[in-house]
Design a protein around this ligand. Structure first.
Ligand code: 4NP
Length: 156
């Protein structure tokens, strides 16, 4: 069974495309079948590749982001995905409002619920903090937790 998982942040050029690439790589290694995508609640960067410093920090850990292009979250995503994972409370509120409009589909969840020991509930926005390695540390931890949860709940 393939899970369809969507990551959501604000611009879709830093956190959610990095999460997309991290999950794709780790799921392949774990033998878990996933279709992964990402989207932003804002539309400022639609069509653009990820932010260059995010691409560089991810590349240093073996994740390739350069082919990804930003898009905006839409109501139709709630019919296409089994899980919608948000980076912070603002994204969570926007995604929850769209879910209410859709009237169907998964309830958005904060991604860091899968990294309960990291001490944070939101992934700080590296567009403002400049700390792209912190972003990747948090995304890797939550991805490991997500994969463990998926492997324990369902068959591959
Ligand atoms: P992201 O970071 O939500 O992790 O992609 C941001 C990127 C761009 C902007 C804000 C956050 N912006 O305001 O343009």
């Amino acid at each position: 069974m393939t899970r369809h998982i969507l990551f959501v942040c604000l611009g879709n050029i830093c956190r959610s495309p990095a999460a997309e690439a991290v999950l794709r790589a780790k799921a392949a290694r774990a033998g878990l079948m996933v279709e992964v995508d990402s989207a932003g609640t804002g539309d400022w960067h639609v069509g653009e590749p990820p932010h260059p410093p995010m691409i560089a920090a991810a590349k240093a850990r073996g994740y390739r982001l350069e082919a990804l292009r930003a898009r905006q979250l839409s109501v139709s995503d709630f019919a296409r995905f089994d899980m919608i994972l948000t980076m912070d409370n603002a994204n969570q509120r926007k995604a929850s409002a769209l879910r209410a409009q859709a009237g169907m589909g998964p309830l958005p969840q904060l991604f860091l619920r899968y990294a309960p020991d990291c001490g944070l509930t939101e992934v700080p926005d590296p567009w403002y903090t400049g700390d792209f390695d912190q972003t990747l540390d948090l995304l890797e931890a939550a991805t490991d937790g997500l994969i463990a949860a998926l492997l324990s709940t369902y068959q591959r």
